[in-house]
Design a protein around this ligand. Structure first.
Ligand SMILES: [Zn+2]
Length: 171
């Protein structure tokens, strides 16, 4: 099932999600399948549960865009444990469509999380994967990438979004 993507302005995107406490249930496995399906349908490389209106600490990532099954990553209750180096690059978000900004992130990032069965996992990534790990983990704490850009750029973006909202073009 493909869920519609929740857009900036919905409070679910800006509050910390609840931790997952039940693992390996049919509901969780089905939900993860639906998250991947929703992410591929939206042509994203990462998706966090709040982006489909569910305030749970669950995110999926696939930087290969469905090309390599081994690139599929499930993060439940993730936390960043290590960030090294710096990378500068353009970043966007499915919940803020039509906008992209330069965002500085760590070049390498390590995330500790749990998988669908509740097992503790650690995922380390570089470059795009590091960016996705940081972006998606941020989502689960209610932080959008626009919190990492200048206040000036952020205010400009918010004004443009307000205009789109008023025109009924935001949803
Ligand atoms: Zn995002």
């Amino acid at each position: 099932m493909v869920y519609p993507i929740v857009k900036f302005g919905n409070p679910v995107l800006e509050r910390e999600a609840d931790s997952v406490t039940e693992f390996d249930t049919p509901e969780l496995h089905k939900f993860l399948e639906d998250m991947f399906e929703s992410m591929y349908a939206a042509k994203g490389v990462g998706l966090a549960a709040p982006q489909i209106g569910i305030g749970r600490k669950i995110a999926v990532i696939d930087v290969s865009n469905g090309e390599r099954p081994e690139d599929k990553i499930v993060l439940i209750n993730p936390a960043i444990v290590k960030v090294e180096g710096r990378q500068q690059g353009e970043e966007g978000c499915l919940s803020i469509p039509g906008f992209r900004e330069q965002v500085r992130r760590g070049k390498r990032a390590t995330v500790k999380a749990q998988d669908a069965t509740g097992r503790e996992i650690e995922v380390t990534g570089e470059d795009l994967l590091a960016r996705a790990l940081q972006h998606e983990t941020d989502h689960l704490y209610g932080r959008l990438y626009i919190t990492h850009i200048s206040a000036l750029k952020r205010d400009l973006m918010k004004r443009k979004i307000k205009k789109l909202q008023r025109a009924g073009d935001w949803g």
